[in-house]
Design a protein. Structure first.
Length: 202
């Protein structure tokens, strides 16, 4: 994990990636990106003030080779050439990840690529005084309202279900920060609910 991101999370750059990710996962397990629930980013330009994931090893190597070619061709003014020569000389591919962890990618903005501010604030706040309901348990009154709203029909395949065959699907999975509130729960059949699992496409 990038040293700058570690520092923003309150860790020293020497702290192991494993420890930082475990703590970050603990802090953010109840977090949900607003863009997943609201379908737009309420942070706008603020997102651009947050860090980007570092380049992968292949991307960093490609960029270093590009700098070498540009320097050999005599590009850039004297000041930049000096700086880029230093970067090429000190380049260490082992400092870059081969691939980014899936959990890190999920914390990035799907539009801008920057780390989503929500994951640095990570509080279960909503636009009302009520905190988001966190956890897998769905209250009975929510189940009843959802069944009436969805008319006993699986929202994935359209199959009409008997009361005894109804299952409840978290639209944004609990594993990805989804709540157990009415707006995030829908009726599903056994097959569709098992197929989906913790998968979610915003």
């Amino acid at each position: 994990m990038d040293a700058y991101i570690k520092q923003l999370l309150g860790f020293s750059p020497q702290t192991s990636d494993r420890r930082v990710r475990a703590e970050w996962q603990r802090r953010t397990k109840s977090v949900c990106k607003p863009c997943w629930e609201l379908k737009y980013c309420p942070y706008g330009p603020l997102v651009e003030d947050f860090p980007l994931l570092p380049p992968t090893r292949a991307e960093a190597t490609e960029h270093n080779e590009f700098l070498q070619k540009q320097l050999a061709a005599g590009a850039y003014d004297r000041k930049r050439r000096r700086e880029f020569r230093r970067q090429v000389r000190e380049f260490d591919p082992s400092k870059y990840p081969v691939v980014h962890a899936k959990s890190d990618v999920e914390k990035s903005c799907t539009v801008f690529g920057h780390m989503c501010p929500v994951f640095f604030v990570n509080e279960p706040l909503t636009e009302t005084r009520t905190l988001r309901r966190v956890g897998r348990s769905i209250p009975r009154e929510v189940m009843l309202r959802v069944v009436r709203r969805d008319n006993n029909q699986c929202q994935s395949c359209g199959k009409v279900l008997k009361d005894t065959d109804i299952e409840f699907d978290h639209i944004i999975p609990v594993a990805k920060g989804g709540s157990s509130e009415e707006g995030n729960v829908q009726v599903a059949c056994l097959e569709c609910n098992r197929t989906k699992g913790a998968h979610y496409e915003p």
